[in-house]
Ligand binder design. Structure first.
Ligand code: GLA
Length: 382
């Protein structure tokens, strides 16, 4: 855990509000495979990481709640009795949305003070937003003794995103951030919202993240559009979600949908299948197969689901040029953020150098490279 971040947030809180806050760490996540399958009731394979959001939180008796976003050096004040969303795209909505959804769950909370900051860049595709939502709901549950279960908390976080942020996200990010287990990835069934942990030890290989440092606009509306295409095709197939459909089922309506939408649904069905295959490959330590599935996932995201971008595709092409990278793909919602790479440890240093230079030459901007450790989910920092 990032001790410097923890002590900075605590210091900032005390400087601003005095008191003795409860300190929360809520992690971001990676996802080994299974992209855009969560809102189709399918499978995903995420893990919480050692980077995320640190929040310091305490009750306030001033009749006003104050939120201090330390990294942005911005402050908002409001009363929990009078909530209004901010303009679309504002960070404030993650917090206000959580408060509103707690109230929608018939729980009463008072006003509070919170300071927060983090060490994953927004837009990296590592779910800084789910980490923030989870830190707020976890902190409020703690200080107001709301008695919410972790299952209830992640639904509150997800609904905050649906209703206040306006992104109809699935449950993967909030789940992984809340339920993460050190050194494990979670094979999550997004229908039952139950997961099976897999210890991750790739021996002489490791996972490397490369951030394009771009986030193309319109990604939120593209996300919601994809979701509604999937739902309408599931409706045509008379199944609850695309998770219940096979490629053969999809064939039966091929002539009634556009070729683009056919490819999108086909992608979801195939990606869901890849997740299960990947979990078996991990179980049998077959990294070659895992790598091929990861590359295939990117192909699908790029050409069928169409949520990649030039920068992500370039990074995956660079990976393919290097025989030591077994698999690489874009991670998260898409249109920017990171690629995840499965690479031989012995080749990491040289690959980092080659890829950084190539990216700089091509786009005239830097990419960032991260290592992450798989960590436990949201919790109180002792
Ligand atoms: C975003 C959403 C998740 C999931 C991914 C794509 O991260 O928040 O629910 O849909 O995109 O897999």
């Amino acid at each position: 855990m990032n001790q410097a971040l923890i002590s900075n947030i605590k210091t900032q809180f005390i400087a601003k509000f005095q008191g003795n806050p409860v300190m929360i760490f809520s992690p971001g996540r990676i996802n080994i495979i299974g992209e855009h399958t969560d809102y189709n009731d399918g499978f995903v394979f995420p893990a919480a990481v050692d980077k995320g959001i640190v929040a310091a939180i305490e009750k306030s008796d001033s009749g006003i709640s104050t939120v201090y976003a330390v990294d942005k050096e911005e402050i908002i004040e409001f009363s929990v009795n009078n909530l209004k969303p901010y303009q679309k795209g504002s960070w404030q909505n993650y917090i206000l949305g959580v408060v509103a959804e707690i109230q929608n769950n018939n729980k009463t909370i008072g006003n509070f003070n919170i300071a927060f900051g983090g060490d994953i860049p927004a837009g990296a595709g590592m779910s800084s937003s789910a980490a923030l939502e989870n830190s707020v709901v976890f902190g409020l549950n703690e200080i107001f003794n709301l008695g919410l279960s972790k299952e209830e908390m992640i639904l509150i976080s997800q609904n905050a995103e649906h209703h206040y942020v306006g992104v109809k996200c699935g449950i993967m990010d909030q789940y992984a951030s809340m339920f993460g287990i050190k050194n494990n990835a979670l094979l999550l069934d997004c229908r039952t919202i139950k997961s099976k942990p897999f210890e991750i030890n790739f021996k002489d290989h490791e996972l490397l993240l490369i951030n394009t440092n771009v986030k193309h606009s319109l990604s939120d509306s593209a996300y919601n559009d994809r979701r509604s295409v999937c739902e309408s095709i599931a409706g045509m197939l008379q199944v609850k979600a695309l998770r219940d459909a096979t490629e053969i089922d999809l064939e039966t309506i091929k002539e009634s949908i556009t070729p683009e939408n056919y490819q999108k649904a086909l992608y979801v069905i195939q990606e869901n299948d890849r997740v299960i295959k990947a979990s078996k490959a991990i179980e049998s330590c077959d990294l070659g197969t895992l790598g091929k599935l990861i590359y295939a996932s990117h192909e699908g995201l790029q050409h069928q689901y169409k949520v990649s971008c030039e920068e992500l595709d370039f990074l995956v092409e660079q990976a393919k040029l290097n025989g030591h990278v077994l698999g690489a793909r874009m991670m998260g919602g898409g249109f920017g953020g990171c690629t995840i790479n499965l690479i031989a440890k012995s080749a990491t240093e040289s690959f980092k150098k080659v890829v950084s230079e190539a990216y700089k030459n091509k786009f005239n901007k830097e990419c960032s490279i991260y290592f992450v450790e798989l960590s436990d989910g949201t919790g109180i920092i002792a």
